[in-house]
Write a protein that binds this ligand. Sequence first.
Ligand SMILES: Cc1ncc(C[n+]2csc(CCOP(=O)(O)OP(=O)(O)O)c2C)c(N)n1
Ligand SMILES: [Mg+2]
Length: 522
Amino acid sequence: MGLLGVINLIPWSSSLSHREFSVTAPNAQTLGDSDTDLSIRATLFSSFRFMSTKAEKQLDSLPNADDNKVLDFPGGKVRFTPEMKFISESPEERAHCYRILDEEGQLIMGSNFVQVSEELAVKMYRDMVTLQTMDTIFYEAQRQGRISFYLTTIGEEAINIATAAALTIDDHVFPQYREPGVLLWRGFTLQEFANQCFGNRADYGKGRQMPIHYGSNKHNYFTVSSTIATQIPHAVGAAYSLKMDRKKACAVTYFGDGGTSEGDFHAALNFAAVMEAPVIFVCRNNGWAISTPTSDQFRSDGVVVRGRALHWSFEVNIATASDGSTQIPHAVGAAYSLKMDRKKACAVTYFGDGGTSDGVVVRGRAYGVRSIRVDGNDPLAIYGVVHAAREMSISENRPILIEALTYRVGHHSTSDDSTKYRLADEIEWWKMARDPVTRFRKWIESNGWWSSEAESQFRSSVRIQLLHAIQVAEKAEKPPATEMFTDVYDVPPSNLQEQEKLLKETIKRHPQDYPSDVPVPA
Ligand SMILES: Cc1ncc(C[n+]2csc(CCOP(=O)(O)OP(=O)(O)O)c2C)c(N)n1
Ligand SMILES: [Mg+2]
């Protein structure tokens, strides 16, 4: 098994219901005949679609399913009932959280987990420490005014590194912004991180993005976009494409608890479920979306249940689930205003099945995405969950939603002071008692794979490498300002050409206001 160590997937495969479907590849001789090719493709994908219709199957499995008691509805049979019963908004019990290592780094008795080798575990630990050190040093560099912005992953190192460890380089990553560890794991160097933060000539984004907006084609890591949740539907599209190309890979997208309040999240989950796209949704539920706590973010039991359920309550997410049906969020806004005005009235909104792209009543409850909640500060648990999720996602062509419970120990970014909206004690508790790096260190030390000497040697070597990378990045020349007009249009439109001309003239007129380390455009 090499780097991956001994992996036992039996507990997952035996406890889950697998649907197996085989797809016959189109006959090579018929390819090239576009009509035949199209009809083969249509048959192929429609057969996938029918297999995703579970309602009929569920009913069929019930004994004595009398034809008079069921409605044969497109998409599956539905049982009639004389009982007027609303579907409950809350589960009887909150979804459980899977973990393997306790706070002391001890394996919890009876744990069912994917074993990792010494080599893998030590790399995971070293990368978590590297990430932590990189955050500390870049954060200080921002405070010294050497870079314009920074954002740390402190407290979320395990999600970064353990998810990356369970993927392969062929899996396409669509990050939010708090996942540089995935890129680090894949081999992006400290120099490359520093080049991006300093926006120098070696930065792949040519200095056009704020610091921390990393991206690398070589590492299948899509460039960070600050616009929350836009990466989620992108990942689903990429996953669908991987499936059509019959690649043995999946797309993986990361987002925060805040990201799940965006319409993009809901559209993406629905699309992924319907199209059976091999995509893993990793939600880092870190308790806060800048100053908005999760209690103001959603009424449901966190994010994990959203694979199955939205809260049937006064919740905006019900409306945002239906992009394109503009009257629905309007109705929610109106209803909220009625509530504030203490009116004895409610808002009612009408929409068709196309507006929700759903089977309507159950759609408030179901996207049909298999989900799990995991301790986001337990690297071993996360590794196992992502490993199993990847296996299911690719072999069964299905999306999986993972909610990792964690905590953002740092401020949201260098533009934030989180002590203004949360208690210092709360931060301290997560930092000291629940630190994922310390927990993992205790586990590898108890296995005899790490020591205090290795610790101090490694930490000081990473620090030296980082300080060197920063010095090199800082000294390097910046890209010329005219780069800001390139790489979008093949032929820039007239307004951009005019702006470029204006910029050059302005620099000529006011050279003293132009940064000395940026080459002057010709
Ligand atoms: C579409 C959009 N709305 C608002 C913002 C401003 N914004 C930046 S980060 C953020 C909070 C996101 O929180 P979460 O998704 O939980 O991620 P976290 O920062 O906690 O990792 C917000 C609202 C944005 N960048 N994009
Ligand atoms: Mg958050």
